[in-house]
Design a protein around this ligand. Structure first.
Ligand code: SF4
Ligand code: SF4
Length: 55
C-alpha cells in the first residue's frame, strides 16, 4: 500500500524493488500487487514512510 499523499516521488522504491513491482504513475509510486512479493524493502527505504506492507 502506498500512501500517495505522502509520496514525494523520489524513486527510491522503484530502484530498490527486486521484482520491479513499483512504477511512478501520475507522479506517485504505485505498487502492482500481482508482482509484489512483500519483501518489505520499499517500505524500509522510503524516506517519508509512505509505504506500508499489508499481508
Ligand atoms: S514489498 Fe518488495 S516486492 Fe513488494 S513492492 Fe516493495 S520492494 Fe517490491
Ligand atoms: S520511496 Fe516513498 S517517497 Fe519515494 S517514490 Fe517510493 S513511495 Fe514515493
Amino acid at each position: 500500500m502506498v500512501d500517495q499523499s505522502k509520496c514525494i516521488t523520489c524513486g527510491a522504491c522503484v530502484t530498490i524493488c527486486p521484482v520491479k513491482a513499483i512504477k511512478i504513475v501520475k507522479g506517485k509510486a504505485t505498487i502492482d500487487p500481482k508482482k509484489c512479493i512483500k519483501c518489505g524493502s520499499c517500505s524500509q527505504f522510503c524516506p517519508v514512510t509512505a509505504i506500508e506492507i499489508k499481508k
